[in-house]
Design a protein around this ligand. Structure first.
Ligand SMILES: Nc1nc2c(ncn2[C@@H]2O[C@H](COP(=O)(O)OP(=O)(O)OP(=O)(O)O)[C@@H](O)[C@H]2O)c(=O)[nH]1
Ligand SMILES: [Mg+2]
Length: 321
């Protein structure tokens, strides 16, 4: 993929991601320094453009993950639309995480990104923590060095930035955010994310789930997790409560694998895009992160992007005083 991220002031395309109510629309407004996105429940992906520091910036706001007002299909459609709105693809997925409910929120946000955009999206994702102003420096250090934060950040090579979109957000803070984004894009050799192929239909997805993609995906999910959502999903599929029948999941996986090995050849022959998973990504997109490492294998140390944040976390990680 050719690099178009050249010159002093390259254009930047940003897709905002995060759980419902995280503060995505507010952050979009803060970056563009204009109230262009409606704050409150966002139902559709929307693009707004502006010039920041002499650069053309496109920001795509999305409905939040776990949005109870949208079905899974509707949400998925909006996520795909977000890519269309910033064709040929975003330079960065900015994952907004509000620190206020971070500790108590057990939903698996990384899984949502994987399901919507595939593993490839991870190297284009940077976490943007907001709400830090509500915590003391000691609390912030505890949060950012917590197992939970480190586990999330390990998916994105430790990339994070923090900013407050409500107060104290001025050009200086936005400039630092862009510096972090520029560094990330540089590490990606100027490339932008591209799904390469449009997602295929949900129906085809279901068929494929019982063949190649699903065993790997489920296995990975179980390894990653102990996550409530996955456990519930698997329990729903097996029809057994894991606590009541601990072997149900492994029996189910064995069966799915056996089915897959029978169906694999036939599916591959039938498929117009062999090796692509339900959403048009390579079938191994879910279940490994980074460069072929599983989530459990990846480094657990967060690496702040800014050069002024290379000191210990308790010291210089903050941009916001
Ligand atoms: N403390 C703090 N609160 C924020 C910040 N940015 C936004 N909020 C608050 O978070 C709430 C949700 O803001 P939105 O920007 O509408 O959130 P959203 O993620 O776009 O919400 P959905 O579109 O429903 O997913 C609002 O009450 C904001 O005031 C921030 O930087 N710090
Ligand atoms: Mg919104």
């Amino acid at each position: 993929m050719a690099s178009a991220y050249e010159g002093n002031k390259p254009d930047v395309r940003i897709v905002l991601l995060g759980v419902c109510g995280a503060g995505k629309s507010s952050m979009g407004n803060a970056i563009l320094d204009e109230d262009v996105f409606k704050e409150g429940r966002t139902r559709e992906s929307e693009v707004q453009r502006g010039r920041v520091e002499g650069r053309n910036i496109s920001i795509i706001d999305t409905p939040g993950f776990f949005n109870t007002h949208l079905t899974d299909e509707e949400l998925q459609k909006e996520m795909m639309k977000s890519l269309d709105l910033c064709s040929p693809g975003p330079h960065v997925f900015l994952l907004i995480i509000n620190l206020e409910n971070f500790t108590d929120d057990h939903r698996n946000i990384v899984q949502e990104i994987l399901e919507s955009f595939g593993e490839k999206a991870l190297k284009f994702t940077m976490v943007l923590f907001i709400g830090k102003e509500k915590f003391s420096r000691r609390e912030w250090t505890r949060i950012i060095t917590s197992e939970k934060a480190q586990k999330i950040l390990s998916n994105f090579k430790g990339r994070f930035h923090e900013m407050n979109s409500k107060a104290e957000c001025d050009l200086k803070h936005v400039a630092k955010l862009f510096k972090s984004i520029d560094e990330m894009v540089k590490m990606n050799r100027g490339q932008h994310y591209s799904s390469e192929i449009k997602p295929i239909s949900q129906r085809q997805e279901k068929n494929e789930r019982v063949t190649q993609g699903e065993p790997k995906r489920l296995e990975a999910q179980i390894n990653i997790d102990k996550d409530i959502k996955t456990k519930t999903k698997v329990e729903r599929m097996t029809g057994c409560k894991q606590s009541e029948d601990p072997d149900a999941v492994s029996r189910y996986l064995q069966k799915v694998k056996a089915d897959a090995s029978v169906g694999q050849k036939t599916e591959a022959e039938k498929s117009p895009n062999p090796g692509l998973n339900s959403k048009g990504f390579r079938s191994n997109v879910i279940g490994s992160v980074g460069e072929g490492k599983s989530i459990s294998q990846t480094a657990s140390t967060a690496v702040p992007l800014d050069s002024d944040r290379t000191a210990p976390l308790s010291g210089n990680v903050s941009h916001v005083k």
